[in-house]
Design a protein around this ligand. Structure first.
Ligand code: F6P
Length: 341
């Protein structure tokens, strides 16, 4: 059996660990051979296919990024996307695909699977927002990076007695903001799931100063004020209809300064959360997802996705378009209210 592997969407630490584990087990245990499709669905559209074997995956376990490249290409936005993908699969004798991606890439996979393409999905994203799995790999690394940044920002904020706003990634879900904010001892955590009241944020900031501490405000990039709309620097859309976020951190610092008469600055962590070597947990999870994905291919269990449920890896149906993202539960967020202000 020949299996194609692709990585789509925003990259995240652990992608290479999945590729390695899929290839190692597929070749060694099942005698499969592999090819890689370059740059996610773009490679499938452009017939950009490269060899993938055990020698090619040696040493990649701790490497960030993806050796196959990635893109946010949506094949259904391209003329005859489905036909071109089928041509590529036929030209290379590819019997099945392992698709490693977030909700957009996996949404395309679900549609292709409905149309008869034999494939298995593996959920990835630093945002941890793929429905059906308790965690995605990449998230733990991103939380570690954001937490270290918050720890560092505490000391400089104290020295200057100013508010530091930390903007982290998370378009529709506040998982990184919540986990890193809690781990880093933030005084305010703002998530997309719960529109914030700027007066309340300023009240928390002031109360923190009263106790002679400098406030740290962690905001997910998709956090929105109650009265208003998402703060955007750029209104261009990608092929899945997403806008480029970033701007809420700067807006918050300006409003806090203006409304409280105290100094406030912003740090936008941006792509640093996605780059570099995966944490041990992400290597572990990515490796297990890879092993189970290749088992699903061997079993012919197509249209499924590997998922973490508790400590078990299970198979669930691919999340189709319209399933939405996995968001932070209001009750979970409320648990940490005692630390605000
Ligand atoms: O990987 C998901 C994500 O990190 C989002 O939180 C963020 O909005 C997006 O990627 C930005 O990625 P890009 O600029 O590569 O489209």
């Amino acid at each position: 059996m020949r299996v194609g592997v692709l990585t789509g969407g925003g990259d995240c630490p652990g992608l290479n660990a999945v590729i390695r584990s899929v290839v190692r087990k597929g070749v060694q245990e099942y005698g499969f051979d592999f090819v890689g499709l370059r740059d996610g669905w773009l490679g499938a559209l452009r017939n950009d296919v490269v060899p993938l074997d055990i020698a090619g995956v040696r040493g990649i376990l701790p490497l960030g990024g993806t050796i196959l490249g990635s893109s946010r290409t949506n094949p259904f936005q391209h003329e005859n996307g489905m036909g071109r993908i089928q041509d590529t699969l036929a030209a290379h004798g590819i019997d099945a695909l392992v698709v490693i991606g977030g909700e957009d890439t996996l949404g395309v996979a679900a549609e292709l699977s409905r149309q008869g393409v034999r494939l298995v999905g593996v959920p990835k994203t630093i945002d941890n927002d793929v429905p059906g799995t308790d965690y995605t790999f990449g998230f733990d690394t991103a939380v570690g990076i954001a937490t270290e940044a918050i720890d560092r920002l505490h000391t400089t904020a104290e020295s200057h007695r100013r508010t530091l706003v930390v903007e982290v990634m998370g378009r529709h879900s506040g998982w990184i903001a919540l986990h890193a904010g809690v781990a880093g001892g933030a005084n305010v955590i703002l998530i997309p799931e719960r529109p914030f009241d700027i007066d309340q944020v300023c009240a928390w900031v002031k109360s923190r100063f009263k106790f002679n501490y400098a406030p740290i405000v962690v905001a997910a990039e998709g956090a929105v004020p109650q009265e208003g709309q998402m703060i955007l620097k750029d209104r261009s859309l990608d092929e899945y209809g997403h806008v480029r976020l970033s701007g809420v951190g700067e807006w918050l610092a300006q409003e806090i300064s203006r409304r409280t008469g105290t100094d406030a600055r912003t740090t936008v962590l941006g792509y640093i959360q996605r780059g570099g070597t995966p944490s041990a947990f992400d290597r572990w999870l990515a490796t297990r997802f890879g092993l189970h994905a290749v088992d699903a291919v061997r079993d012919g269990d197509f249209g499924t996705m590997t998922a973490l449920r508790g400590t078990d890896i299970i198979r669930v149906p691919l999340p189709g378009a319209g399933t939405g993202t996995r968001v932070v539960d209001q009750a979970l967020y409320a648990e940490f209210g005692v630390f605000f202000g």
